[in-house]
Design a binder for this molecule. Sequence first.
Ligand code: HEM
Length: 487
Amino acid sequence: MNTPVSGCPYTPPPQRKHTEPVPLYGDSYHGNPDLWQELREQIGPVVQVELEPRADEDQEPLTAWLLLDYNTNLSVLTNPLLYTKDSRGWPALTSGRLSPASPLYAFAEWRPNAFFVDGDEHARLRSPITAALDAYSRRQVNRDVGALADRMIDSFAHRGEVDLVGEYAQLIPLFMTTRLMGLSDEDGFEVAQAMSNLWQAGEKTVEAHLWLQQRLLDLAVEKRADPGDDVTSMMVQHENALTDAEVRDQLMLLFAAGHEPAKNAIANTLFMLLTKPEFRGALATSASLIRETLDQSMWLHPPLKCLISRYATRDVQLGGKEIRTGDALVLGFAPAHGDPALLGGSGESPYSLTATSRAHLMWGAGPHKCPADTFAQHMVIGAIERLIDRIPDLRLAVPAEEVERNDSPWLAGITALPATFSPVRPAREAEPAADSDDAAPDGEPGNPPHLSSSVPSIGTSAPEPPAAERQGLWSRLNALARWLSRR
Ligand code: HEM
């Protein structure tokens, strides 16, 4: 047993038995910021973890291998022969031990898209995605993100206060992805709403999934018949000749893979800008400074902390552990970014060394590396640049310590980021809503009133938020989306 040295306030962490899987939940996980380093020191670079609590004592633990250091993560990411993306051989799935009711099921359930296949099939499904995303130029991203950002900002500009997560960071990637796909903002809103129901894994999940599948299949059919300048059209026309159903499945992947990490990246980067005095320089809207801060936030607060995403194709030794065929591996982005080996004895953080500042693993590596890294970076930077440009005196409304972070081992986001500022004019002056046939009365969905007649000027006090705005998030979004679609 470890006993503290008399008079010394340091208490060594409890030693763990090497044979027991370490729970990634409950007291041993939550509230221990040093967990990754403790596990590295006590067990090594690869640790067997228990992914979720058992229903009862007799139930078999749900386990996987968590990769803790940078090099082990990199070697697994870049070795598709030993570590496949195909989850269908994972005993937890084949035996039914991982229940569809588990939040982890969505990460592991095999689907016919580029994320879950390897080799030639992977290349066939991935090429149309990369070609389409590459063709969606930086200019298009900047144009779309600027226009979207303006409309989001206009919806709260008069108030002088905003939750930057709920009203900004989560909306930008949703609507950017639906625009990317060639959907109008109104159709995009319906798709986003269905996606939200899907993510919430509630009673509406099945219905939302079926609706979404059909809507995206229809979109593929529509774009094949009448192509436009969007990612769906480029995918249906690609030489790899994907069927409409295959295009639908890849569109579902774009949504599933992109939304949460991008939302978290916007929120985390904004948080750094607003809290660290040394980053206030970026508030001068320099894209390169915002980009640098984004890279730093990717190191310090990776939007995905860990990801169940590889399965051993054969029995193999990894980090001194015996991994069995079919075993699941958990990529550890957050643990890898804190790997002391990266510091090279310099004592400096990796992101402060110019040469390594972009060597974080947050875009992945190897054949499955994020195909949207450039798109996502332009989107995040563009969204922040426009926000700070429009609202230069943006500041946190609560002390930094009170900002709540998601404490899950999987996603690393901020739950809410309340900010205040001096009210500003909308970028677009009042819509001619009052004259139009479909104008809705103030306060009703379809016409957020602060966007119409009574726009406060800089320095005036903001009017009481309208009734529609005080309703739930999706009602507000609905109002916003309808307004957006009337441009
Ligand atoms: C800051 C935002 C983002 C981060 C940090 C991120 C990170 C990642 C990572 C780490 C992977 C590799 C996973 C693995 O190897 O198992 C990945 C794959 C992927 N990401 Fe992203 N991503 C982001 C945004 C996006 C967006 C906006 C989209 C779509 C518009 C997207 C689409 C994809 C797709 C389709 C894959 C699968 C690629 C494949 O398996 O070949 N990502 N992403």
